[in-house]
Write a protein of this length. Sequence first.
Length: 335
Amino acid sequence: MDLFALTRKLIDIESITGNETAVAETLSEELRQLGYVVEHIAVERHRFNIWATRPGEPKPAVVFSTHMDVVPPFIASSETEDRIYGRGSCDAKGIIAAQIGAAEQLKHRGIHVGLLFLVGEERDSQGAQVANQQPRGAKFLINGEPTENKLALASKGTLRVELVAEGKMAHSAYPELGESAIEKLLDALQRVRALKLPTHPTAGPCTMNIGLIEGGRAPNVIPDHAVAHLLFRLVGPAERLRQQITDAVASKARAEFRLEIPYMEMATVPGIETMIAAFTTDIPALTNWGRPLLIGPGSIHVAHTEGEYIDKKQLLDAVELYARIATELLRDEKV
């Protein structure tokens, strides 16, 4: 297979979350042509995950996995001598190509791995959640995300919170007749910003982002409703932080906890450089697919940007790394 050509072929098929069918069908055909048995794991309507194995082989102990969906907007591929550009080049269509390349390399050594490609990672890990209900007996899951070909010791979790403040409408000329929800929300936000967030000795600090603020009716109306959307990057259990937030905003707003993805620690392989992933992945939703490892070519710093790219050298190196990691994990299993 042509690693760079496959990467560009996948990039050039728009697969923004919810619209993965075309890329999944193309990828299925590519895998069948390489001799894989391809199973479609239904997620919803026409959306499906891909599970690919070698015919006649036993259930694989090691699985390579990543996601087929991308964030908007669609950006077609382009290429220079050193890089491939386009939406999904590093997150994560280049990784798909590298994992297939590694599986092909391992095949020639008589080593069998499974391939699991998922929908929905960029929104809610819906594909991973469905796959987790249908495990295939794997002992190790090597998940691909852009880590610059370093093994992640851990990945931070996510806590998504909405702070909701209620007030009373009035004419802005007579503010004493109303109650400003926005002012209450600002007070609540100031209290949350003053919280001492936890720090992990390896993963570093928990961080907070105030991503969206909504509220009000018009400049001349005292606002009766306001909401702030916050996202915390977790470095441990969230129970104490939840209580701190609830207590901090009491009397000013209520805290509504919308999503929690746990902090995760991963397996490693000696001799490969490590890092901490400050982002979340599908791994917390794939607990039934074996002990997780996280590694992939490309930089998270250019993922989701208009200039997203992947270095060709990192792509080539990733093929060797994936094959090496799978080989070492399987060898250790036999000891």
